[in-house]
Unconditional design. Structure first.
Length: 364
């Protein structure tokens, strides 16, 4: 397999173009992507990345002042209190619009750091260094930032483009196998909504696909990133086609809320995609083999594909608060065929319950 192009551009966003650089060792080129007139660099990082953050501080120090801000790990970072903590530090540092924030961590870290960058002085430069598969192929690359509230996930946030995203597989060996596989839910999603080659590559050799040092993994990462980059470039503010990236996510976000954000995002998305496939079978006549292909690929990756039948009512109540709902009517991304997604309003809750029952029926 030929080496993938290391750079994918996100173009035509309302806030300018930016590169996503996908290559081993690219984290070492961070200085190249910082604004030339930045006097201060604040690296917002998750606790497990303290050593990496310190190394970056040492490498960047000299021409700039570099400060490290540690925030809680995982979804614990995405709280108003944590954002306020970061704002307080930026104020104490006299942080200006030509200074730069660097995120270093998984999707929750990039979401929180992006939100802080978008809101401080109404926007300061931002560079993402995602350190999980999920963040590399999804959370860090679309310009969505946000925090959670007691009412739901990502209900407060902003669309804010980074200066660059540095995707370095060399940071992944410290990530658990479960986290790597959970991140693959977003790669699989990209395959079903836009690039079927992704699905074939995983089916041909799932072990090689999930080995983060392999050329297959780099190719899958590049392809998943390219899918999202193309969609985001076409619809940065999610007024139309960008909604297809939410395939499987409406139910997934409700599951995360039900589990008090203790589940891996990819595990919830995996279940959500099976539900979306079952829903597609009912409302668009998606072929049976495509529905089963969802289950087979996700189960091969060790991801869950069912959820308890008794949880439906509480999940429905949460979904009714979903950002994609219009006039109280739930809207879902469904498939007419592989790589042919669309958004469909489904006012009949009995159809949703039937699809959920099909998904939950295989539990056990």
């Amino acid at each position: 397999m030929s080496k993938p192009d290391p750079t994918v551009m996100v173009s035509n966003t309302a806030q300018g173009d930016y590169p996503i650089v996908i290559a081993p060792g690219t984290i070492d080129s961070l200085a190249h992507y910082l604004p030339g007139d930045a006097r201060k660099v604040v690296i917002i990082h998750a606790p497990p990345l303290a050593g990496v953050a310190e190394r970056l501080r040492e490498e960047l120090s000299g021409a700039r002042e570099v400060f490290l801000v540690e925030i809680p790990d995982a979804e614990g970072a995405k709280r108003a209190e944590v954002a306020s903590f970061c704002w307080g530090i930026l104020g104490q540092l006299d942080f200006h619009r030509n200074d730069v924030i660097v995120s270093l961590g998984g999707g929750a870290t990039t979401d929180l750091a992006g939100f802080v960058a978008a809101t401080w002085l109404r926007g300061v430069p931002l560079v993402h260094i995602p350190t999980t598969v999920l963040a590399m192929v999804d959370a860090a690359i679309g310009g969505k930032t946000g925090i959670n509230t007691t009412e739901g996930k990502n209900l407060v946030g902003a669309f804010y483009a980074p200066q660059a995203v540095l995707v370095d597989p060399n940071v992944l060996p410290s990530v658990s196998d479960n986290d790597v596989r959970a991140g693959f839910a977003e790669i699989v999603k990209a395959g079903f909504i836009a690039d079927p080659t992704i699905l074939s590559l995983i089916e041909e050799n799932p072990e090689e696909a999930t080995r983060t040092s392999s050329e297959v993994f780099l190719e899958l990462t590049r392809r998943a990133v390219a899918v999202k980059a193309a969609v985001v470039g076409d619809d940065f503010f999610e007024t139309g086609t960008r909604e297809i990236l939410n395939y499987g996510h409406t139910l997934a976000h409700a599951i995360e809320h039900a589990e008090r954000y203790q589940w891996r995002h990819g595990a919830a998305v995996s279940i959500g995609m099976v539900f979306a496939a079952e829903l597609s079978r009912m409302v668009t006549n998606l072929a049976d083999e495509h529905v089963e292909r969802h289950r087979n690929i996700l189960q091969t990756l060790g991801l869950p594909t069912t959820y308890p039948p008794a949880r439906w009512k509480s999940l429905l109540a949460t979904m009714q608060k979903d950002k994609k709902a219009r006039g109280g009517v739930l809207r879902f991304v469904v498939l007419d065929d592989i790589a042919k997604p669309r958004v469909l309003a489904i006012p009949d809750e009995s159809v949703l319950f039937a699809a959920y029952s099909e998904m939950a029926a295989s539990e056990g």
